[in-house]
Design a protein around this ligand. Structure first.
Ligand code: NDP
Ligand code: 2IT
Length: 446
């Protein structure tokens, strides 16, 4: 296989999908050697079957806003690959959602889910609907209209959605409720559900906590203690807030957070009081970070900016969205002495930034490894739902921590370079790929 030819062909057949091309290019360039050492993969044209989603559902979602106006959005579900388990992956509600973004996310999800060691295939879905500024009733009507179209494609052993940007416990609750009504079943068909109806303890925290556990494993390879380290975080949603909470609990300092309007910088690290305020502001009040300096004048706010050029940090944990950290941000981080980057978001660093991190030989963990704790805990929620049992928070947290250590071990196994440097991108891609490839080979041409 020549990676360049496969990419060129995908670009020709699926033009105007830059995020999808970017994600595919990153994976294919790191698995080329492994792929070529298995000629049977080529005979079965495995690579194309792995890059092109099994199927894509696209539909109009019509709903009525509070003023009585009829609104139309697009809805999608991409069932990418189910070689190793039912389709599994989040739903994103954001104005920017399009096929390219969802195809990249579903593709990434397939490798990430494979790394978790649990039986989950890859999927992603969403809509260009933006929950920001909408009332609860509008959100509910939208979620119901979305699921009215999609429910027939879902099921506990078929396709199990969850949250992502713009979709949290509230949206999952409304979507699950409507699914339950249409399908006339009470099963674990969504994860991230409320605790009273089958949700798992620690699922809300899992992506952020899991990223911190992965980071601890990486730091241990260099004998570095996290205590007192300065950690720059972006985002202030589900992933970012629980990352910040765990980072502080571990004795490190959170020096930045951000939202889509700008970033806050706390040069000495957020205090517990400041963090609690931000948590409430973003998750309960659904407010803006620009309001933070009104209450805490020692915190700086930079309108329209990302944090990377404003912080002096040891560790960066980008946790907002794709391509939010570019080459010049990477230069700034490296110049300021940053020695570890662990991605909470999916594909937050541009290819140029990734290249700079790896060239500089710093610890760099791609999202598909570092943020896999979220979907892994979704897998644990599915297991609990199947058993009709719920595990304690300690039990789920222990399993999450073990899964992250296992993902780290897989990265070491496949990612160690001759000079001893661990290339986590290669490690995660090869480990994730091998399991899915083996399963696809065993199941014939589908
Ligand atoms: P949330 O919607 O809870 O939070 C998203 C955060 O990122 C908000 O602070 C939001 O700002 C900000 N943001 C969103 N879009 C943009 C943008 N285009 N530019 C700048 N900032 C933006 O989502 P999550 O925390 O769940 O997701 C964050 C990332 O983590 C995503 O990449 C997601 O795919 C990934 N992820 C999520 C998992 C999960 O379990 N939820 C699991 C694994 C990965 P604002 O408040 O202004 O909207
Ligand atoms: O990107 C992700 O891994 C998620 N949004 C979580 C998916 C899930 O099914 O829990």
């Amino acid at each position: 296989m020549k990676t360049t030819e496969v990419i060129a062909d995908l670009k020709r057949r699926f033009p105007n999908e830059p995020e999808y091309h970017q994600a595919v290019e990153e994976v294919l360039s790191s698995i080329e050697d492994v792929y070529n050492s298995h000629p049977e993969f080529e005979r079965y044209n495995l690579i194309e079957r792995l890059c092109i989603p099994d199927r894509i559902f696209a539909f109009r979602v019509s709903w009525v806003d509070d003023s009585g106006k009829v609104r139309n959005n697009m809805g999608y579900r991409i069932q990418h690959n189910n070689a190793i388990g039912p389709y599994k992956g989040g739903i994103r509600f954001h104005a920017s959602v399009n096929l390219s973004i969802l195809k990249f996310l579903a593709f990434e999800q397939t490798f990430k889910n494979s790394l978790t060691t649990l039986a989950m295939g890859g999927a992603k879905g969403g809509s260009d609907f933006s929950p920001r500024g909408k009332s609860n009733m509008e959100i509910m009507r939208f979620c119901q209209a979305f699921v009215a179209e999609l429910w027939r494609q879902l099921g506990p052993d078929t396709d199990v959605p969850a949250g992502d940007i713009g979709v949290g416990a509230r949206e999952v609750g409304y979507m699950y409720g409507y699914y339950k009504k249409m399908a006339r079943e009470f099963t674990g068909t969504f994860t991230g559900k409320g605790i009273s109806f089958g949700g798992s303890l620690i699922r809300p925290e899992a992506t952020g906590y899991g990223n911190c556990y992965f980071l601890l494993n990486m730091l241990a390879t260099r004998g570095i203690d996290i205590k007192g380290k300065r950690v720059a975080i972006s985002g202030s949603g589900n992933v970012a807030t629980y990352t910040a909470q765990k980072i502080m609990e571990l004795g490190a300092k959170v020096v930045s957070m951000s939202d889509s309007s700008g970033c806050i910088i706390a040069p000495d690290g957020l205090t517990k009081e400041q963090f609690d305020f931000i948590f409430e502001l973003k998750t309960i009040m659904r407010g803006r970070l620009s309001e933070v300096p009104d209450v805490f004048p020692d915190i700086q706010y930079h309108d329209g900016q990302r944090p990377w050029k404003f912080v002096k940090c040891d560790i960066a944990m980008p946790s907002a969205t794709q391509n939010e950290l570019d080459g010049s941000d990477a230069d700034a981080l490296l110049a300021a002495g940053c020695f570890a980057v662990s991605e909470g978001a999916n594909m937050p660093s541009t290819p140029e930034a990734v290249h700079k991190f790896i060239e500089a030989r710093i610890l760099y963990a791609p999202g598909k490894a570092a943020n896999a704790g979220g979907v892994a805990t979704s897998g644990l929620e599915m297991a609990q739902n199947s058993q009709k049992l719920s595990w304690s928070a300690e039990e789920v947290d222990r399993r999450l921590s073990e899964i992250m250590a296992n993902i780290h071990a897989q990265c070491l196994r496949y990612g160690k370079e001759p000079d001893g440097y661990v290339n986590y991108v290669r490690g995660a891609n090869v480990a994730g790929f091998m399991k899915v490839a083996d399963a696809m080979m065993a199941q014939g041409i589908l």
